[in-house]
Design a protein around this ligand. Sequence first.
Ligand SMILES: [Zn+2]
Length: 270
Amino acid sequence: MAGVFENDRRIIKPNKMTNREKYHFDDFILDNYRRLIKLAKERDFQFILHKDEFVEERKDVIWRHDVEFEPDIALKMAQIENEEGVVASYFFQLHSPFYNVVDPHYREVFHRINNLGHLVGLHFDSAYWGVSDEKQLDEFIVLDKDYLEKNLGIKVDTFSFHNTTPFTQSCLEYRYGGLINVYSSYFKEHYNYCGDSLGYWRFERLEEVLVNDKVQHLQVLTHDANWNEEVLSPRKRFEDVMNKRAKRLIDEQVNGLHEKGMLCPDDEEV
Ligand SMILES: [Zn+2]
C-alpha cells in the first residue's frame, strides 16, 4: 500500500513490504472473487465438473470449494458464481469441528448451494476414521457417502480429501467407494492447479494463472473463510467468521427463548 506520507519528504518510505502486499490480502475480498470469475470467463475458460470428460482442445476450469469453516460464506460465493452464470463444486465435511452440515441451518445452506446448480460432494477426512489402506478407504467413503445422501436426500458422485497426508497422496485411483477422486492421477496429469490454502496463494496468484496463455486446463481450489467482505489478514478473516458465528448462535438462542416467553436475564435490570 502506498504510504500515506508518500509526498512528505521528512518521512523515508521503508522499502520493507507489508504482509498485506506480500500475501495479497486485497485479493481475498468477495468483490475481487467476482472479478476473478469474470476474468476466467473473459479468458474463455469453460466451467466444468470433475465428472465431465477431459477434452484436450477445450479450455476449461474445474472450480472447486472445500467447505472448511463457514458454509454461509460458501453460499455467498455460490450466489456470485450463479449470477455470473458458472458452475462450481462444493465439498462438505461430515466430521468438522467447525460446522455440522446436517443441522437445520447448514442443511438449508447446503440445499441452497445445490439448488443454485452447483455440484455438492463429500470432503472426506481419512484421519477421522484412521484409514490406512485403500480397502478401508473404499469402506469409509461409502459409509460417509450413504450418511450424506440419506440425511440430505441427494446423490453424491465426487469426493476430495480433507487435510491430505502421505497416505491420501498415494491414493491416485480415479474412484474410491464409487466416488470420483479429485486428487487422482487423472486430474493431476490433465489439469493445472491453483489454490488459496491458508488464506494466501502459496504457489501462484490465481489472477496470474488465469491470464497465462499456457494454462488450458485448470483446477481452482478456494476455501470459504479465506474470503471476506473486507480486506483482512488470513487470521482476522478466520476470527471474523468465528465471531459472526458466535453472535448468530447467541442471538438465535436468546431470541428463541424470548419468543417462547422465557427470560434470558443479563446483568442489567430490564
Ligand atoms: Zn479440507
